[in-house]
Design a protein around this ligand. Structure first.
Ligand code: KG4
Ligand code: ZN
Length: 327
């Protein structure tokens, strides 16, 4: 990344490796991070036509996530920063997702309502600036992506279920099965998806034989309905008419189409990252790190990973850089 411009984005996906286990195995994930990290860094440097000596700052995800995987990336980026005497930026993974729709925008575009829908998180956030957030709502149980993956498993689909359900749902009837739209009447902006997953689990044995695309389309429609309705409510309550959709689930074709149509009809501005920036990637971490750098906030080198890091915690971790020449 240079001056907010993305020069290269390398993703060393482990999906194919974890598919055989039906989900992410932490020990396998961290071992693979060890072996893929250096080649991924080299490939990014090659694509950007840069040398390691050209890099002015290093960033890595501090959390939330799997401790053993966070540790690999965090230690490697710190080591590179120490070795080259450059500043280091510890970035919150959720903040990376949240700001990924703003890659080509100036901060002046804000405020916006951010909806992060990933495998681990479902959050509604008021984005006041690129460093100031107010949590409006979150899931009480499963994240939206987790619901896709668990239902995918129930339906015998390979991991991760989300993209497979998306694909199958295109041939299905979303009105065939009436799945619950949980917490639409809760009066707040929180979500719950575990009841929906349970409804699918109970329905399948009752049906015996079922039309897979119809189950996929009906389940997906229930998720999309709730995400849209809660997001619209957040727009109405805050009078902020701009939505920024992010996280792996925002690759979902039905979710993208529904949000695009609804926002068009209501004159609400919609920002969605391109699909390659929706699922986990280092570019979104560099984007936040670059913003931290521009606003003079670097991270101390004794800062550790935090597998349970929350959005509000990231600001507290920003303290003066420890290199003598930069104090
Ligand atoms: O943001 P992400 O790459 O990783 C986390 O931080 O969790 O999100 C991964 C999640 C998985 O649950 C995956 O099933 C879901 O995003 N996902 C999708 C689609 N593509 C990825 N869910 C529904 N439809 C998709 N097309
Ligand atoms: Zn993620």
């Amino acid at each position: 990344m240079a001056g907010g411009r993305l020069l290269a984005s390398e993703v060393a996906s482990q999906i194919a490796i974890h598919r055989q286990y039906g989900g992410v195995v932490p020990e396998v994930a961290s071992r693979n991070h060890l072996t893929t990290l250096r080649p991924a860094v080299d490939a990014a440097l090659r694509t950007a036509a840069l040398e390691m000596a050209d890099i002015e700052a290093f960033c890595a995800t501090r959390g939330p996530g799997l401790a053993s995987s966070l540790m690999i990336g965090f230690s490697a980026a710190k080591a590179m920063a120490i070795g080259r005497e450059k500043p280091f930026f510890a970035v919150n993974h959720i903040e990376g997702h949240l700001l990924s729709p703003f890659f080509h925008c100036e901060e002046g575009i804000l405020p916006a309502i951010g909806l992060v829908v990933s495998g681990g998180h479902t959050l509604l956030v008021e984005i006041r600036s690129f460093s100031s957030y107010r949590l409006l709502g979150k899931t009480r149980d499963d994240a939206a992506g987790e619901a896709f993956d668990k239902v995918g498993k129930l339906l015998g689909l390979s991991y991760p279920g989300g993209p497979n359900i998306d694909r199958l749902a295109r041939e299905g009837n979303p009105g065939r099965y009436d799945f619950p739209r949980s917490m639409l009447g809760s009066g707040d902006l929180n979500f719950s998806f575990s009841g929906l997953k349970t409804a699918v689990r109970y329905l399948l044995p009752k049906l015996g034989v079922f039309h897979l695309p119809d189950v996929c389309a009906s389940f997906q429609e229930a998720v999309v309905d709730v995400l849209w309705e809660k997001c619209l409510r957040a727009v109405e309550e805050t009078a902020i008419r701009r939505i920024a959709l992010s996280g792996g689930v925002s690759c979902n074709s039905r979710l993208r189409a529904r949000f695009t149509d609804e926002c068009d009809q209501r004159g609400i501005e919609l920002l969605i990252a391109e699909p390659s920036l929706c699922t986990d990637n280092a570019a979104m971490i560099a984007f936040v790190g670059n913003y931290m750098r521009e606003s003079g906030r670097s991270s101390a080198l004794d800062i550790d990973i935090d597998p349970n890091l929350r959005l509000a915690d990231s600001a507290a971790a920003e303290i003066a850089v420890t290199f003598p020449q930069q104090r």
